[in-house]
Write a protein that binds this ligand. Structure first.
Ligand code: NAI
Length: 305
């Protein structure tokens, strides 16, 4: 089976450097026409330059592909909307959105300013929201869309000094979960990538020898599986240094306590049972949790349903 993007139009945000650049080049090599978006700022989000996006467009064109450079700040909806309009004006559709742009403002929570927190949320979460919002109706109308969020192990599991980044990176998983439900009937599939790679974002955090093993290409191989025609839906794919794994949120079956038993002491007494890993399963909509609990309560009260 070979994966082709022939005839597809893709937008990759933050594609002037690192992972986004590698994603854009790979999509173009496999036939997609690509909007190479990049604000061109520094790692902490300061500054701007169109050079990074233009350089990637030149690389794509030199290899015989088609690309459009764009300098929109993903945190600004009007700029994002103009980017999407330009893609539609040139190619008539948008099939794929890779929400990849990102910045870091690391500090322990005690030292982190609220501005540093808000800016990181603005770029990672609201950037993904803005871009998704701007393509959503187009994808609905054409009955086809593939959207990828970029999360991180820091979001899924936490990382010292990254309260802002971790919160934003979990938030995009939450965004995916609901968009999957709303996009299903239009064949809009939404997945999440949790990468780890040697880029300017991680260059001072990883020893040089290991940095070289963590190629952007190894992550891009995973990214392409999340946005092609037969892509999964609601999948969290973790990739790095040639390793590929999936991440899930599971919930245990839990216990039931009748009204007269509903005390914290009784919950603690059955903690091991409510936390029994063998009973856990993945829920795919919030209502399933309510249903599960109500079923137990209805059984207790003999209510048919
Ligand atoms: P990078 O710093 O090399 O590239 C990020 C790009 O996003 C830069 O070119 C930057 O100019 C652009 N950008 C930043 N703010 C923007 C904005 N407001 N609008 C448009 N473009 C903007 O970083 P890297 O490592 O390639 O990261 C890509 C994504 O992967 C990010 O979302 C990052 O959080 C995520 N990630 C990376 C990991 C790694 O190990 N490198 C680990 C986990 C997640």
């Amino acid at each position: 089976m070979s994966i082709s993007f022939e005839g597809r139009v893709a937008i990759v945000t933050g594609a002037g450097n690192g992972l986004g650049r590698c994603h854009a080049l790979a999509l173009a090599r496999r036939g997609a026409r690509v909007v190479v978006n990049d604000l061109g700022g520094a790692r902490d989000g300061s500054g701007a330059s169109s050079e990074a996006a233009l350089a990637v467009v030149r690389e794509i064109e030199a290899a015989g592909g088609e690309a459009l450079a764009n300098g929109a700040n993903v945190a600004d909806y009007d700029e994002v909307k103009a980017m999407v309009d330009a893609a539609v004006a040139r190619w008539g559709r948008v099939d794929i959105l890779i929400n990849n742009a990102g910045i870091l403002r690391d500090k322990s929570f005690a030292k982190m300013t609220l501005d540093d927190f808000a800016l990181v949320i603005q770029v990672h979460l609201m950037g993904s929201v803005n871009c998704t919002k701007a393509v959503w109706d187009i994808m609905k109308d054409q009955g086809y869309g593939r959207i990828v969020m970029t999360s991180s192990s820091s979001g899924l599991y936490g990382n010292f000094g990254q309260a802002n980044y971790g919160a934003a990176k979990t938030a995009v998983v939450g965004l995916m979960n609901t968009l999957v439900l709303e996009g299903q009937k239009y064949d809009i599939r939404v997945n999440t990538l949790a990468p780890t790679a040697g880029t300017r974002m991680t260059e001072d955090l990883i020893p040089e020898e290991l940095f070289k093993l963590m190629t952007p290409e190894s992550v891009t191989a995973g990214l392409l599986t999340l946005c092609h025609e037969d892509a999964p839906n609601r999948f969290i794919l973790c990739c790095g240094a040639g390793g590929f794994a999936s991440a899930h949120i599971y919930e245990t079956e839990g216990i039931y306590l009748a009204p007269e038993e509903q005390t914290p002491e009784n919950v603690v007494a059955r903690w091991d049972e409510l936390n029994a890993a063998a009973t856990q399963r993945e829920l795919t909509a919030g209502g399933q949790q309510t249903e599960k609990f109500l079923k137990k309560a209805m059984q207790h009260f003999g209510i048919e349903g």
